[in-house]
Design a protein around this ligand. Structure first.
Ligand code: HEC
Ligand code: HEC
Ligand code: HEC
Ligand code: HEC
Ligand code: HEC
Ligand code: HEC
Ligand code: HEC
Ligand code: HEC
Ligand code: HEC
Ligand code: HEC
Ligand code: HEC
Ligand code: HEC
Length: 326
């Protein structure tokens, strides 16, 4: 940014602007010349409306403006398209990135064409993001253009800056993602699993900011046919071992992929419990229900007092002994 231009370029700029002005004047002279030439040759066949107009009796030749009259108009500010005639790169960046920065260039560039390599004033005249946005992500990120590398396409982010480690005041180092995404960072820190140590934020979110990974890129499903969105029913990606509450309709074969004994007992030894999903009794992972929650005390107080544990007779909820029934 500071390495700007240099005297040579300034000279070039001078010549450029001078020739632009010169060319403009020459043009005006030339244009007037053609008008005069046209009025002088009325015999030419008039076809276009413009030409028809030109064949009409010559209006009084407009007097060229001179002196104070040259200053009667009010110059209009240049529009972005007009700036873009010379600055095609910046104009096209703004246009193609569809950024919300597509407003008048001069809203940002309140000062322009003022760069002077002797004064080294590049920084001073260039727009400051903070003027409009303040410290958008907090004081830890003061250097906006370190990540937003192009003000004319501000959503273009340099990923390397996003993944760097940031040292906090207390000396602790954390990954930059964590400062902006506190919720996800805290959730992971509080629920450590192999994702913390073996993967990390950028291990899953890959090398483009905002990329959402698919669990199935790295893992086999528990049962065939499970889709990515099914995983999120039970697993939050940032606390994968903390199993969420799943719906009662959750297919039992998912549970059965790990708890084969219970699954096979219920399947192969049919009782009325076989009609229930695992989730109907275990509505949260690891939760063990009480028989009484559903059945109360069906056999009379005396028996229950003597045998407080239902399983002394019923043995296994997944494999109930049944007498005289199929
Ligand atoms: C949102 C604010 C913003 C808008 C809108 C904006 N610019 Fe800029 N522009 C900047 C900033 C900030 C810089 C400084 C970049 C740097 O320091 O490298 C800059 C730099 C420039 C430069 C110098 C580039 C270089 O590195 O040589 C030009 C030329 C320029 N802008 C033209 C334009 C034109 C033309 C428009 C409108 C079509 C425009 N800008 C709209 C913020 C803006
Ligand atoms: C006739 C051509 C022309 C037009 C029109 C023009 N510029 Fe420039 N501009 C230049 C040239 C030449 C330079 C110096 C070389 C360079 O850095 O590209 C320059 C440099 C700049 C710079 C960087 C250096 C500085 O001194 O500010 C900015 C910012 C800038 N122009 C903004 C604008 C904006 C905004 C507009 C419209 C309001 C505009 N320009 C219209 C030719 C033009
Ligand atoms: C003249 C005021 C102004 C300046 C200076 C300015 N911005 Fe903006 N910026 C805006 C406005 C207005 C929006 C749209 C805000 C909205 O809709 O909430 C915006 C939107 C953005 C967005 C959202 C993405 C988009 O393109 O829609 C980003 C990122 C951004 N600005 C970054 C920057 C950075 C980085 C700088 C400095 C290089 C900067 N801005 C300078 C006014 C400005
Ligand atoms: C460490 C990198 C980094 C730095 C430094 C940084 N930003 Fe950002 N900024 C981002 C990322 C990443 C986004 C999200 C872009 C997206 O939506 O894809 C963002 C988004 C934004 C947005 C749009 C917010 C929205 O809700 O859509 C604005 C405005 C913005 N930044 C302004 C700034 C300003 C002003 C500064 C300097 C004070 C700054 N940024 C410094 C990385 C950074
Ligand atoms: C300087 C702040 C900043 C940094 C650093 C940052 N982000 Fe972001 N990120 C944002 C902003 C702002 C958004 C867009 C606003 C939003 O949707 O919350 C965003 C959006 C996202 C999204 C959501 C995309 C979506 O579709 O909802 C993901 C995922 C993301 N960032 C991951 C990361 C990861 C991973 C890192 C570190 C490698 C990181 N971000 C670093 C500010 C940042
Ligand atoms: C095991 C892979 C994995 C790891 C590691 C991971 N994420 Fe994510 N992240 C995901 C998935 C998958 C989603 C999409 C979740 C969804 O759609 O509900 C996501 C979503 C996000 C979102 C968007 C949230 C939203 O509501 O839109 C952000 C922001 C994010 N992660 C940040 C981070 C940060 C910061 C880290 C590191 C502290 C991180 N992630 C670590 C897989 C991961
Ligand atoms: C970028 C690859 C990657 C993605 C994407 C990913 N994981 Fe992992 N995951 C790993 C690795 C590596 C391990 C550790 C080795 C292993 O157990 O396979 C792991 C381990 C796990 C563990 C066991 C953790 C432990 O400490 O025992 C669970 C649960 C898990 N992943 C679930 C998920 C879910 C759910 C998703 C989607 C939200 C997901 N993973 C996305 C790579 C990934
Ligand atoms: C019905 C809930 C549920 C669904 C849906 C689910 N999981 Fe799991 N998953 C679990 C439970 C419970 C564990 C065991 C947790 C433990 O070890 O404490 C687990 C463990 C894992 C593990 C750790 C390694 C292992 O196999 O023991 C990985 C990896 C995993 N799941 C990936 C996935 C993926 C990928 C999906 C989506 C295709 C998915 N899970 C869908 C409940 C579910
Ligand atoms: C990926 C393998 C896996 C899947 C899928 C899985 N579990 Fe587990 N389950 C485990 C592991 C490992 C444990 C023991 C560690 C623990 O307590 O978290 C466990 C523990 C349990 C326990 C408690 C056992 C005890 O001794 O306290 C119950 C009940 C249970 N699971 C039911 C289910 C149900 C119901 C489902 C389906 C919704 C299911 N599990 C899905 C792996 C799995
Ligand atoms: C009718 C309710 C009910 C259904 C349906 C049910 N369970 Fe259970 N499950 C229980 C009860 C009650 C216990 C506690 C048994 C005990 O204390 O020994 C239990 C215990 C368990 C245990 C722990 C076993 C141990 O030895 O510690 C696992 C694992 C388990 N169930 C998995 C499953 C799976 C998988 C399914 C579906 C295939 C399932 N359960 C269906 C009621 C049920
Ligand atoms: C979530 C509720 C629930 C829990 C917990 C539960 N059961 Fe059941 N049980 C049922 C339902 C529903 C039936 C079928 C009732 C019917 O059709 O009349 C049933 C049926 C039975 C039957 C009759 C089986 C048959 O095939 O005729 C026995 C015996 C039984 N339960 C014992 C138990 C025992 C012992 C426990 C505790 C270890 C238990 N149940 C826990 C819901 C539950
Ligand atoms: C002393 C043994 C014993 C104890 C203890 C016991 N039961 Fe039973 N229960 C039985 C017998 C025997 C049957 C009849 C079996 C059959 O018809 O298959 C039965 C039947 C049932 C039935 C099925 C009723 C029906 O109409 O089909 C349920 C439900 C039941 N018991 C629940 C419980 C619960 C809940 C407990 C604990 C609070 C419990 N039992 C404790 C012996 C016992």
């Amino acid at each position: 940014m500071k390495k700007r231009l240099g005297v040579v370029t300034l000279t070039v700029m001078g010549i450029f602007l001078f020739s632009a002005i010169f060319a403009a004047c020459a043009n005006q002279v030339a244009e007037r010349g053609t008008v005069q030439a046209k009025t002088a040759a009325p015999a030419a066949v008039a076809t276009t409306p413009k030409a028809v107009a030109a064949t009409k009796p010559a209006p009084a030749t407009p007097k060229p403006l001179t002196g104070a009259a040259l200053y009667e108009g009010t110059p209009k500010p240049l529009t972005p398209v007009e700036c873009g005639r010379c600055h095609t790169g910046e104009y096209n960046d703004l246009k193609q990135s569809k950024t919300k920065h597509r407003f008048a260039c001069t809203k940002c560039h309140t000062k322009f064409h003022r760069y002077n390599p002797i004064k080294k004033n590049w920084k001073a005249i260039m727009p400051k993001c903070q003027r409009c946005h303040g410290y958008k992500h907090g004081k830890a990120f003061p250097n906006c253009m370190q990540c937003h590398i192009n003000p004319h396409s501000p959503r273009t982010i340099k990923f390397a800056s996003v993944t760097k480690m940031v040292t906090l005041k207390k000396g602790k180092k954390i990954i930059a993602c964590g400062l902006c995404h506190k919720k996800e960072y805290t959730e992971m820190a509080k629920n450590p699993c192999a994702h913390n140590t073996e993967v990390g934020c950028q291990g899953c979110h890959a090398d483009k900011h905002g990329y959402i990974p698919n669990c199935l890129d790295c893992h086999e499903p528990h049962v065939q046919g499970q889709k990515f969105k099914d995983c999120l029913v039970c697993h939050s990606p940032h606390s994968a071992l903390k199993i969420k509450k799943y719906p009662v309709t959750t297919p039992s074969k998912i549970c059965g992929s790990c708890h084969t004994t219970e699954y096979e007992h219920l399947r192969d030894h049919h009782t009325k419990h076989s009609n229930l999903t695992c989730a109907k009794c275990h509505d949260k992972h690891g939760f063990i229900p009480k028989c009484q929650k559903c059945h109360g005390y069906p056999h009379g107080a005396g028996l229950h007092k003597r045998f407080p544990n239902c399983l002394e007779c019923h043995i296994d909820p997944h494999n109930l002994p049944t007498i005289g029934k199929k």
